[in-house]
Design a protein around this ligand. Sequence first.
Ligand code: URA
Ligand code: ZN
Length: 389
Amino acid sequence: MAARKLLVDIHTHVYLPRYASFLRSRSVVPRIFSRTNDAGKTEERLLILDDEPSAGRPIGSQYWDRDEKLKFMDKHDIDVSIVSSANPWLDFLPASTAQQLAGELNEDLENYCSTGPSVQDDTLKRLYGFGLLPLVPGVSPSTLVETVKQISALSHLKGVIIGTRGIGKGLDDDALEPVWAAIAEAGLVIFLHPHYGVDGKAWGEKDNGHVLPLALGFPFETTIATTRLILSGVFDRHPNLRLLLAHSGGALPQLSSRLASCIDHDPIVASRLSHDARYYLGKLYFDAVAYGSEELGFVSDVIGRSSAYSARPSSAKASKNVEGDKRKIGSARMLFGTDHPFFPPLSETEKWKSVVENLEAIDGVNGWAETEKEGVRGDNALKLFGLRV
Ligand code: URA
Ligand code: ZN
């Protein structure tokens, strides 16, 4: 009988105990605070977003306890998780604190992974991680490069999770050039994850809870940050950089031809890029946290057609014909994720809806054969993170 293929979760978060304690010590956002609920019980709440309802969100041991992570993995048959610190990382801290905490939290995460269980024998662990960089104003690029080196020396850390602010000017800041070079050279994967959303005024005055910032603000933020990176030419200068986008790249797949057209009509911007904008989508990786088969199919189409746009100007060189089936080709850059421990079930259920929906979405993509589905569920991650068994 063929061995069961591994299920790998590449979008799953933790607030390491050191970080959770730090949030508890704070009296301003981001913070964890205690309150007495309607049933008279003390409970902890998490407040991390600007303008979020003052009650924040419930938080509990599933955010910091490794046993809870493993129980969640077992419940959903997840074999391996590549765990990342949850937002807002170190973004709100002064440079010296961010620097010190980054170093300590990277060691903590290495320990969290390396002392955890293995899948079968000791060749594959169940937990790997994305480290943290002290990406805050005032931290020098050389300090960031040192932290990249620290992470690459910690054998269970396979990448870095970053937000969109960089060291204050966003990710297209020229000052970050040595950081991209160091990450590419170390072979680490960058997981780009949102936190800030877009201007809260866009959400109007109605109380829509967390829906608009999470459903729209988060993915738009990722869309803008990735587009700015593309426009800055980072992928021309660092063709080996591996960037994994949260939430299936937000709106970028939907907008990539419009982006290409706008660039074509702006010769100064166009002259900075070696390729048509659509080409760069084929250099990126996308999590499969989209909750719908049609969306996953569409994203894989867009990734898979990128090879038709290998050089600028697109009208001269684009062949429009992709060798092979673009939906299948694109699937190789998509990877299952859960966003655990966010989006917990609201009532007692066996499995988390947010997980089941993402697995069903993968299963239901038209045009993905079992090989592509297995790829998205685990094989692509094993390859991307060098965990092949
Ligand atoms: N909400 C967050 O703040 N972060 C996530 O990663 C998911 C939901
Ligand atoms: Zn997330």
